[in-house]
Design a protein around this ligand. Structure first.
Ligand code: C2E
Ligand code: MG
Ligand code: MG
Ligand code: MG
Length: 286
């Protein structure tokens, strides 16, 4: 309940609303402080093929908060976006991811391992985006052919021509593109066909319904068929059980990301997993 009180001044009289607003402002200030203090870092979650080989990792932002511990994006992303701070966070994530890629490039076991980075809408459409990505790649020495950028359907629909032209420019350097949370937006074949894409990521809400929910399975089958006809890779996220992995495989999905295989962890955790696997094979957590 807001009430105008004199020119250009708005006062909030609802104490609950007031409380929510001050919490958000505090968080916003804290994010700015955290950015300056270098508290935002990246976890990597491995992705596997049906032979149990690690094919890639997804970079996921974490805030190493001095008092609140390690925070996942759910704790700050909404406020960061509303405050126009998400592009700064994404910049840090891209920078750290590419540094890590350059470092992994020295290890034989990582020679084909891709790193997928989530891009926010604000970042995709900001004027210097293409140059920002190319600069980071050049400055870190990361191999562009192993970088994947994850976009969402809704973000692409905001301004398709602009999105396509930016994607094409980046693609010239070998960068690949995935659509994240696929199936939750407008998935028309017509627009998919126009985008220079490489991968569809089946949203975890559909995977969660497996193996019993027939609607989830129907949607997953449709996504896999769509990916096949467009000659795109398809990966399932949020795979938590052996039954889910099995039914995905039976329906032709051969790439997986989820707690069944590995949780997001520090780069050193991913390395330990890979070296362990080289000696003893992969052990799922199931
Ligand atoms: P997303 O890109 O779809 O990432 C997958 C999320 O699912 C991650 O959550 C991951 O930790 C979680 N996850 C992975 N496997 C499983 C599983 O088996 N079960 C369950 N229940 N969850 C699983 P996280 O790290 O909390 O990230 C949430 C979302 O925040 C991401 O969803 C992405 O949209 C966004 N995000 C993360 N990092 C960044 C970033 O650097 N920039 C931007 N713009 N967004 C980011
Ligand atoms: Mg993602
Ligand atoms: Mg997702
Ligand atoms: Mg997402």
């Amino acid at each position: 309940e807001a009430k105008a009180a004199g020119k250009g001044e708005i006062r909030f009289f609802d104490p609950e609303m007031q409380e929510v607003i001050s919490q958000r402002l505090l968080l916003e200030e804290d994010i700015v402080r955290g950015l300056h203090a270098g508290e935002f870092n990246v976890y990597f979650q491995p992705q596997f093929n049906d032979d149990g080989g690690m094919t890639g990792t997804e970079a996921l932002v974490r805030w190493h908060h001095p008092e609140r511990g390690i925070l996942a994006p759910g704790a700050f992303i909404e406020v960061a976006e509303a405050a126009g701070l998400m592009n700064q966070i994404d910049h840090v994530v891209l920078q750290r991811s590419c540094e890590q890629m350059a470092s992994w490039a020295r290890l034989e076991a990582f020679s084909n391992v891709t790193v997928s980075v989530n891009i926010s809408s604000i970042q995709l459409y900001q004027p210097g985006f293409v140059q920002e990505v190319l600069n980071i790649l050049q400055q870190t020495g990361a191999n562009p052919a192993l970088l994947k950028l994850e976009l969402t359907e809704s973000m692409l629909l905001t301004d398709m021509p602009q999105a396509i032209s930016r994607m094409r420019l980046l693609k010239q350097s070998g960068i690949r593109f995935a659509i994240d949370d696929f199936g939750t937006g407008y998935s028309s074949l017509h627009y998919l066909q126009q985008l220079p894409l490489d991968q569809l990521k089946i949203d975890q809400s559909f995977v969660r319904g497996l193996p019993y929910d027939s609607n989830s399975l129907a949607i997953i089958r449709a996504i896999i068929a769509m990916a096949k006809s467009l000659e795109l890779e398809v990966i399932a996220e949020g795979v938590e059980t052996e039954a889910q992995r099995a039914i995905l495989l039976n329906n032709g999905c051969r790439l997986y990301q989820g707690y069944l295989f590995a949780r997001p962890g520090q780069a050193s955790d991913v390395e330990a997993l890979v070296f362990e696997a080289a000696e003893h094979g992969y052990h799922y957590e199931a």
